[in-house]
Write a protein that binds this ligand. Structure first.
Ligand code: ADP
Ligand code: MG
Length: 697
């Protein structure tokens, strides 16, 4: 239950004065619907109105606040398009106020000739004359207090002006109350951080540009609060998981040895190491929750198989779930191949299996005739009953939701919790594993199997597209296959699609019917079918928007063309490039670029040429990803932070992690005084999923 002290924070913004239905829905689009969402909406700039010069002393464009006497109005005749001007002056000089689209007698009423007014706004020097277009404030001299000396400037929502936005947030801040201190007092002292209440007010009322910086004490404090909430929540979940009684599965070795003997290669050091970590987890009498991270082609499948064999050696079953039909079939093929000649029965179940064959398979599963079942979501279906499922591997885990993980654990034998190995081919920087996967233990395959040829990566201006196509004609004639990835246009799927279709038709004219198209708007089945034609060699060129499935193996494909590569993020480019270089042939990745505006785009392409290590690239990606860049955290699947920035406050994460462990070590149920305050923190940042696992305090 949310603590009562927070209720006002979660009220609808419509409860704020000056916010009606229209403004509330404008706010909702970008910021949110609740008062608290406005708390996290921090200013990006300030307007300093403290300068009150004599008009004669103004030498450059600046924001000023001046007391003037209103002079003549220059009213444009009807049907004449020119602005409305009002002359005014102080003892030293003259200033012209300019208004566009004036309706009625508004200006006459606001600025009657001969009266004194306080005017604040940006003055500009034009033809040696002082002008101010649409002043921000026009008040009677006795209303001076209404003009703030320094005004925060908020990121805007279309339809809400700077002034209105500032006023709305000011209204929200009136709801702030002091909350019990959840941070360690000595930490606050050491870092010189204010209380949450003060930090909130300071962050919203910057006095100068230094206060706006991400490393200002107020912003650091707020960021740290958020990281601590994040780390506490993850740590609670992790402790909870690891306390769940599970099965102890110990490696007996007979199947594993056979597999190792069968493999045409030796495991890499990283594979051996990860395998050992997983084996240890399995042997413990608790539920396992481990993530195996490894770049495409790093050899995760065999590690997963080793782990599944531990379950099988114990007479139990294992399941491996992949997000798509094609991936499932590829896993099925490679698991079958690796276990050939062993007494291990591998089967596959996808949405495509129906009728008698499916009934038979489920029978075999239930009777324990099947040891390892590979498949899609179909594995979660109600009537899919296992004999004794003890271990599950989830490939491309980010593609699965929490509900699906829940559905999975309901498949284990009554009372038992299941061991889970999640896998991902999206390397993330070390600092971030904490925020992403803090609730899991992580193993990483940093090393690739030996003898891999790195993909020859080149950057080519789009102007040379014809040459690229000619080269492709020769390469296809030589028997290879190619991916052609089409650009992200704006952020619109419709436009993406139009561009992809256009390129498809263009290539079709040159290559005939052996060109296919796959895009995000296709149904899963159509997508799978198009991918399949490429996998089986029915087509030589696959034109695609960025939907190309991570993990799909087409060893014959040796060419990856990425159009407008400058528009892609680094990790996206790296993932796409990972589609080639999977066979024995030398592969090529052609990054076609259009307009290389920002430095960041240039750096991305350079890094792509220089490195093919997913972990290095992930670090660089984080470094380059400025807050203003198009690649928002949402798109990259990163967790959403409200005030903290992974790029700017990254150093605080590890600190928060240690803190969270220490706190829960001392007070695992968050029952003490600080514990109670920390519960409020968790609710404040809406990381309260874990709180219900704690006994109520
Ligand atoms: P991932 O799933 O991590 O992208 P895979 O498991 O599909 O990678 O492995 C990619 C390829 O590397 C497969 O063809 C596999 O047989 C091969 N491979 C895996 N481990 C090794 C190794 N230690 N030495 C040589 N080849 C390996
Ligand atoms: Mg894989």
């Amino acid at each position: 239950m949310r603590p009562e002290i927070l209720y006002p924070f979660f009220a609808d913004t419509i409860s704020l004065s000056g916010v009606g239905g229209r403004i509330a829905s404008l706010l909702e689009k970008i910021i949110g619907r609740r008062v608290l969402d406005l708390f996290w909406h921090l200013p990006v700039d300030i307007i300093d109105r403290s300068a009150c010069p004599d008009l004669a002393d103004i030498k450059y464009d600046q924001v000023i606040t001046v007391k003037v006497t209103i002079g003549k109005h220059d009213v444009p005749p009807r049907n004449v398009k020119r602005p409305y001007r009002v002359w005014c002056h102080d003892a030293t000089g003259r200033l012209q106020l300019i208004f566009f689209h004036v309706k009625g007698d508004y200006i006459q009423r606001q600025l009657p000739e001969g009266e004194e007014r306080l005017i604040s706004g940006k003055v500009e020097i034009y033809n040696n004359q002082l002008q101010m277009t649409h002043p921000d404030y026009m008040l009677n001299p006795d209303q001076k207090a209404e003009i703030p000396g320094v005004e925060p400037v908020y990121p805007l929502t279309a339809g809400i002006s700077t002034k209105v936005m500032a006023k709305i947030v000011r209204g929200a801040l009136e709801r702030l109350v002091e909350l019990p201190e959840w941070q360690d007092k000595s930490l606050l002292k050491r870092e010189d951080w204010p209380t949450w209440f003060d930090a909130m007010n300071m962050a919203h009322q910057p006095k100068n540009h230094i206060d706006l910086q991400v490393d200002s004490p107020a912003r650091q404090r707020l960021a740290y609060d958020e990281f601590l909430a994040n780390q506490l929540a993850l740590e609670i979940m992790r402790q909870q998981n690891s306390r769940k009684k599970g099965r102890s599965l110990t490696a007996k070795g007979h199947l594993i040895q056979k597999l190792l003997d069968n493999l045409p290669y030796a495991l890499t050091g990283a594979q051996v190491q990860s395998g050992a970590e997983i084996e240890q987890d399995l042997a413990r009498p608790y539920a396992m929750m481990r993530l195996l991270q490894g770049d495409v082609g790093s050899g995760k499948t065999v590690v997963a198989l080793l782990a599944m064999l531990v379950a099988v050696e114990n007479g139990a079953q294992a399941a491996m779930i992949a997000p798509t039909e094609i991936l499932s079939r590829q896993h099925y093929a490679s698991l079958s191949e690796m276990t050939a000649g062993m007494d291990v029965k591998v089967a596959i179940l996808t949405g495509r299996d129906k009728g008698k064959a499916r009934a038979k398979l489920i029978d075999d599963l239930q009777s324990g005739n099947i040891d390892i079942l590979v498949g899609t979501h179909a594995l979660f279906q109600k009537d899919v009953i296992y004999h004794d499922l003890a271990f599950a591997v989830i490939d491309e885990q980010h593609r699965f939701g929490v509900e699906q993980r829940m559905a999975l654990s309901s498949k284990s034998r009554e009372g038992a919790t299941m061991d889970v190995l999640a896998m991902t081919a999206t390397p993330i920087p070390r600092t971030l594993t904490l925020t992403f996967y803090g609730d899991m233990d992580v193993s990483a395959l940093h090393e690739k199997p030996p003898g891999r040829k790195s993909v020859d990566t080149r950057t080519i201006p789009l102007g040379r597209l014809d040459e690229v196509v000619q080269g492709l004609v020769r390469a296809i004639a030589g028997g290879t296959r190619a991916f052609w990835i089409c650009p992200l246009v704006e952020e619109s799927e419709v436009l993406d699609l139009a561009a992809a279709e256009e390129r498809f038709r263009h290539l079709e004219q040159i290559f005939g019917p052996r060109v296919g198209l796959v895009h995000g708007r296709m149904k899963t089945k159509e997508k799978d079918a198009a991918m399949d034609r490429f996998v089986t060699g029915d087509i030589d060129i696959l034109v695609a928007t960025t939907v190309v499935e991570v993990g799909v193996d087409v060893p014959e494909a040796t060419i990856m063309v990425i159009e407008h590569a400058e528009r892609f993020g680094l990790s996206g480019l790296h993932q796409l490039r990972g589609r080639v270089g999977r066979g024995a042939e030398q592969s090529t990745c052609l990054l076609l670029y259009g307009n290389l505006r920002g430095e960041a785009a240039k750096s991305r392409l350079r890094i792509m040429r220089e490195s093919d290590d997913g972990f290095v690239i992930a670090e660089e990606d984080l470094r380059l990803r400025g807050a203003g860049e198009l690649l928002g955290t949402r798109q990259s699947g990163m967790p959403d932070f409200k005030v903290a920035s992974l790029e700017e406050h990254g150093k605080l994460i590890a600190m928060a992690r240690d803190d969270a462990r220490l706190i829960l070590g001392k007070d695992p149920e968050l029952k003490g005084e600080r514990g109670q305050a920390l519960r409020i923190l968790l609710y404040l940042f809406e990381r309260d999923e874990g709180v219900r696992y704690l006994t109520s305090g």
